[in-house]
Write a protein that binds this ligand. Structure first.
Ligand code: DOR
Ligand code: ZN
Length: 460
């Protein structure tokens, strides 16, 4: 089956171009194929933009063990709707993903339930060094050097030294200094409002921990990716660290700040906490000048019932995977960034940072993981329409301009909006509806090639 996506403006590695894309057997067969090439199906996409599928390298999908919050099926329906075609998931599930056996079990579960491509980090514990050394089929190692949801804290210096010295997989870490967090918490008597969350998990906690982990990465020359950078101060530490260290920003740290607690309370309670408007600006600046390379969501659903508990009982985390691309497309419309930058931060750079083979770009031979977007579509985020099992979004009621209208994973449609432009007469008629998902599609395990060196060595 050959499908031609015709007439869209494509975001190619060389820039924007209005051209056709031919896909077959799950791959991109050609960009700007010769006229007269055999085609079985034509998707008319005039007026729309074609992007590589989004790779979200930082999510918490709760499967197995916490499936009252989310599971692979609901999470990946949300991905499909949001234009996310590959995700990399964190190990703080139950059981925790801290052995090769548990990694294999999670991969098997995902192969049954996921509509999009998947990969899973292996988590560090105080006693699993051998597992970390021998793990394969994983993008890398996740260490909770600061505590968060779950019970995975590893902040013992001797253990960290050995992990950085003796393992070879890329490492990522949650960085908030425990001693500082505890001292802040004691200083305000434990905290009683959601705004206290940002006083407890403050800028100092983030910076102290990041400095400590960067020191480990440098001394051991170990490839390191800093997740969910929340402060402008941390981005200063990312200057001149290219090649060995990369970093990411999340939509909630780009778009929310402490002024939002009054309106949203625990819905914006996250670890690391949201910070100030100046930090929002600092993160945007760091994306623009390349100190941060990636936008990832840290999608971390909890039920509204759990979230409604008074602070500090309310858990940290918010869902974002189905709205992250739209939030960034809306930012293009608002003049905050270009479409090419969005593709770099959400598609190309994640593939390079985590050495994911054949994804992140629209180029012949790459996987046909694609998303068609309508940059003019205005749509309001509604809790009732969310695919995530938790059924809410901190952006409920927000109207954004720029939305995915169709998503392909390995050449197969996983999401198609009802209002997509009509198909050409020669293409099979399908009952397109908003939220139409092809449940027969299954994603595949992402392939990683860690032999290619650091992020910048792989830049063309
Ligand atoms: O707010 C957070 N929630 N931060 C994390 O690091 C973990 C996440 C979760 O799993 O709930
Ligand atoms: Zn996380």
């Amino acid at each position: 089956m050959r499908t031609l996506i015709s007439g869209a403006t494509c975001v190619l590695p060389s820039g924007l171009a209005r051209t056709d894309v031919l896909i077959e057997d799950g791959r991109i067969l050609g960009v700007d194929p010769p006229a007269g090439a055999r085609v079985d199906e034509t998707i008319r996409a005039e007026g729309l933009h074609l992007l590589p599928g989004v790779i979200d390298p930082h999510v918490h999908f709760r499967d197995p063990g916490l499936t009252h919050k989310e599971d692979f099926r609901t999470a990946t329906r949300a991905c499909a709707k949001g234009g996310v075609t590959t995700f990399l998931e964190m190990p703080n599930t139950q059981p925790e993903t801290i052995t090769r056996d548990r990694l294999a079990e999670k991969l098997a579960l995902a192969s049954e339930k996921c509509l999009v491509n998947y990969g899973f980090y292996i988590g560090a514990s105080l006693h699993n060094l051998d597992e970390l050394k021998q793990a394969t089929r994983t993008p890398g190692i996740k260490i909770f050097v600061g505590s968060s949801t779950g019970d995975m804290l590893v902040d013992d210096q001797a253990t960290l030294e050995r992990i950085f010295a003796e393992t070879t997989l890329p490492i990522t870490a949650h960085c908030e200094d425990e001693t500082t967090v505890r001292a802040n918490r004691d200083a305000i008597g434990g905290g009683s409002t959601h705004a206290d969350h940002s006083r407890i998990r403050d800028e100092r906690a983030a910076v102290i921990c990041v400095q400590r982990v960067f020191d480990l990465a440098y001394r051991h020359r170990h490839r390191f990716h800093l997740v969910h950078v929340s402060t402008a101060a941390e981005t200063e530490l990312l200057r001149d660290h290219r090649g060995l260290i990369t970093g990411e920003a999340c939509p909630h740290h780009l778009f929310f700040n402490v002024d939002d607690y009054e309106r949203l309370g625990s819905l914006v309670q996250m670890n690391p906490s949201i910070k100030t408007a100046a930090d929002n600006a600092g993160l945007w600046q760091a994306l623009h000048d390349g100190r941060l390379q990636v936008v990832a969501t840290d999608h971390a659903p909890h039920t509204l019932e759990e979230k409604r508990q008074p602070y500090p009982k309310s858990p940290s985390g918010l869902p974002a995977v189905e709205n992250s691309l739209a939030l960034m497309l809306d930012s293009v419309q608002r003049g905050l960034c270009s479409l090419e930058q969005v593709v770099s931060w959400m598609c190309d750079a994640p593939a390079r940072v985590w050495d994911i083979v054949n994804k992140g770009r629209i180029t012949a031979g790459h996987d046909a993981d694609l998303v068609l977007v309508d940059l003019n579509r205005r749509q309001t985020i509604r809790n009732a329409e969310q695919q995530t099992k938790c059924g809410w979004s901190p952006w409920d009621g927000t109207t954004l301009t720029g939305w995915p209208v169709r998503t392909w994973v390995l050449g197969q449609t996983v999401f198609c909006d009802e209002d997509l432009q009509p198909s050409a007469p020669d293409s099979p008629v399908r009952p397109f509806q908003r939220g139409h998902y092809d449940e027969t599609v299954r994603g595949t395990e992402a392939q990683f090639d860690h032999t290619r060196g650091g992020y910048w060595q792989t830049m063309d």
